[in-house]
Design a binder for this molecule. Structure first.
Ligand code: BGC
Length: 246
């Protein structure tokens, strides 16, 4: 089945058509900037240009969205406009785009792709998948089964939450060296390890491709590896999850 996968992030919105049986993309990726402020109206306008680009009216869309999502309703808004709290994405985006839309948390979507086609494939026990981007997203898998809507980036740290110190945007905003930022990430990973005792931690998000720059600062008593699907995992996973929706 072909489904349009859309990954809504804090800085960009990426989309492509996914063949959900093979996990292959059947078109060229299309990307727009996340509007600022990312109000529902502004995001819908951006999404309309994506639907038009792929000529996708009336068809199925899977969407990864950077919030806790239950039954298609966004319940939080950390890096997006506050109007998204309590916003029924499935219904309202679906209506505006005239498509059947299924939204899930963005990290859950990317994690599902990584567990199906990447380094999480067939790994038993607890896998913690973390995306280090504008925020920190998390997806937990026990024997491959997703435990959705975990928000491990929001664990308390200093006077705020870990996401404000160990995400890639924190590295850029605070102008941290790889050593300094790697140190913050190490504190974070050890904290997560101490709480959950995972068997594998996978790091996704754009900064994972620079792993060589900071892996020497990471010292956790569990294997920490980079995700293999990099920036396309969110598109792929959201389409795969949508394909299971009857
Ligand atoms: C949000 C999460 C999201 C993560 C990555 C966090 O700020 O609360 O829901 O998965 O950013 O986008």
């Amino acid at each position: 089945m072909e489904i349009l996968g859309i990954d809504v992030g804090g800085t960009g919105i990426k989309a492509n058509i996914v063949d959900t049986e093979t996990g292959m993309f059947t078109a060229e990726k299309f990307k727009i900037k996340t509007p600022l402020p990312a109000t529902p109206e502004a995001v819908i306008e951006g999404l309309q240009s994506i639907v038009q680009h792929f000529d996708w009216q009336g068809k199925k869309i899977g969407m990864g969205f950077p919030a806790v999502i239950k039954d298609g309703v966004s319940l939080t808004a950390t890096n997006i406009d506050a109007q998204f709290i309590g916003y029924n994405i499935n219904k309202l985006f679906g209506k505006a785009l005239r498509c059947e839309l299924s939204a899930v948390n963005d990290a859950d979507a990317a994690g599902v792709a990584e567990m199906s086609f990447g380094k999480g494939k067939d790994v038993k026990g607890l896998v913690i998948f973390l995306t280090l981007g504008t925020g920190i997203g998390s997806a937990l898998f026990y024997n491959g089964q997703l435990l959705s809507n975990t928000e491990l980036g929001h664990l308390k740290y200093k006077k705020s939450i870990f996401e404000k110190y160990a995400s890639n945007s924190a590295r850029e905003r605070l102008k941290l060296s790889w050593k300094k930022w790697g140190g913050e990430l190490n504190v974070y990973l050890n904290h997560v390890y101490m709480l959950l005792n995972p068997d594998l931690i996978l790091i996704g998000g754009g900064v994972s491709k620079h792993f060589d720059m900071y892996k020497k600062f990471i010292d956790v008593p569990v294997q920490v590896d980079t995700a293999s699907l990099l920036n396309d995992a969110g598109i792929l996973g959201s389409a795969m999850i949508a394909s299971r929706v009857k």
